[in-house]
Ligand binder design. Structure first.
Ligand SMILES: Cc1cc2nc3c(=O)[nH]c(=O)nc-3n(C[C@H](O)[C@H](O)[C@H](O)COP(=O)(O)OP(=O)(O)OC[C@H]3O[C@@H](n4cnc5c(N)ncnc54)[C@H](O)[C@@H]3O)c2cc1C
Length: 387
């Protein structure tokens, strides 16, 4: 097995460094603090072919795989640019449309999505159902004319207002009436400006450019052209999107960890207290070395999961393990780095403490670490289901 990156893979991995020459972390931080979507950066990433990195070339994408996606995301986060809209919006939406859309839907959404002219968000979470997606109550009901009315509520939807379209996970049969709890789901592609949609921003304590919204659907008109795949078969689409999301977010976490550690190493080599650089003190050096080990191990598992995904082999175990390991490792890396910076770590100027909430988010969303461990316990190790 060859663990070396080939020339193209290396170039993709280094893309973040090149992007940072025009759009660096300071640009991203400024967008985060003003809650402004990083439009110019997103456009540039799209122009360079990375928004549609996994979309087939026939629809305006680069036609590459999950392994390249992971390298790209790691590279971006390595320089401190974790673009969540690229993960939850572009990847989570363009992928399913490419896999399950009609020819008309693919032509309408994919080339414009890859070019960065259309933005997407992905709406699963509901206030009452929470982690238990099976209990979703956002419903589509036939109106007798071959069309549907969409009603319900979604919450914490990233970049909903800035997006042109959203993929909404709905039910066409109430959960109390289905034979199997995975029956009766339908994924709809909804124009965010449709009559009957209202959005309220949610003020989250994480410094990221993308805003989160609660969305209310009141008799929103849905036609066959809005249905992705088949009515009632939406769970399969949802299920297929879970491993990619976990793998890509693992890459974001390992990159963020590397960014924090890189900053800490520079600082700890430079900062002299008690006549020697603080990096010489093992109380600082060992936590950093441990975190570095954890990050690289998580990165290896992430790349394995991506490789399996690209070979169309089962990757659920690896996707979940990498997500768990990467989220933990990035927290440890940021914590070890923060300690090196002393008081400076807490200042806006140094910006280390600000990395903490975004890494911590990955232990809760899109899927909390407890559910990841539940999966590993039950499906990988054969232990009884706990919930
Ligand atoms: C910044 C941000 C961005 C987000 N973006 C999106 C988005 O774009 N689209 C979208 O659909 N959602 C999004 N979410 C929502 C996110 O996916 C959910 O918050 C997350 O899945 C947890 O659901 P919940 O908040 O309802 O927690 P709950 O379901 O109420 O769970 C609370 C806690 O209970 C524990 N728990 C729950 N069930 C179990 C169990 N069976 N075993 C053990 N422990 C358990 C976990 O620790 C969990 O953290 C976002 C959230 C945030 C904060």
């Amino acid at each position: 097995m060859d663990f070396n990156l080939n020339e193209q893979e290396q170039m993709i991995y280094e893309y973040g460094q090149n992007l940072a020459k025009d759009f660096d972390r300071a640009y991203w931080v400024n967008c985060a603090e003003t809650r402004a979507f990083p439009t110019e950066m997103y456009k540039k990433v799209a122009q360079d072919g990375f928004v549609g990195i996994m979309v087939p070339e026939a629809y305006g994408g680069a036609g590459l795989g999950m392994f390249e996606m992971v390298l790209f995301q790691e590279g971006l986060s390595n320089v401190g640019i974790p673009l969540l809209s690229l993960v939850v919006g572009a990847t989570m939406s363009l992928g399913p449309i490419g896999d399950h859309g009609t020819e008309e839907q693919k032509q309408k959404y994919l080339p414009a999505g890859c070019a960065g002219d259309l933005r997407f968000c992905f709406a699963i979470t509901e206030p009452d159902a929470g982690t238990n997606t099976m209990r979703a109550t956002t419903m589509i009901k036939e109106d007798g004319n071959g069309r549907y009315k969409l009603n319900g509520r979604k919450t914490f939807i990233t970049d909903a207002k800035g997006s042109d379209y959203m993929l909404v996970v709905t039910r066409n049969v109430h959960h109390s009436e289905v034979e199997r709890k995975t029956d009766g789901f339908t994924v709809c592609i909804v124009d965010t400006k449709s009559p009957g949609i209202e959005m309220q921003p949610i003020d989250v304590s994480i410094s990221i450019p993308e805003m989160q919204y609660q969305i209310f659907f009141d008799d929103v008109d849905i036609g066959p052209e809005n249905i992705l795949g088949e009515v009632g078969k939406g769970f399969d689409i949802l299920f297929e999107s879970l491993n990619p999301e976990r793998i890509i977010l693992s890459a974001v976490c390992t990159g963020l960890g590397r960014y924090a550690m890189g900053r800490a190493v520079d600082y700890a080599n430079d900062r002299v207290v008690f006549d020697r650089p603080i990096g010489a003190y093992q109380a600082l050096q060992h936590p950093l070395a441990k975190a570095k080990t954890e990050i690289e191990m998580a990165s290896l598992m992430t790349r394995k999961a991506a490789w399996l995904f690209d070979q169309r082999l089962s990757c659920g175990a690896e996707a979940n393990m990498s997500k768990y390991a990467a989220a933990e490792a990035s927290m440890h890396a940021i914590d070890a780095s923060l300690q090196c910076f002393g008081g400076n770590g807490f200042t806006k100027e140094y910006g280390i403490f600000d990395l903490y909430p975004i890494a911590r988010l990955m232990k809760t969303a899109p899927l909390n670490s407890e559910m990841v461990l539940n999966f590993i316990g039950e499906h990988v190790m054969g232990l009884p289901r706990s919930y």
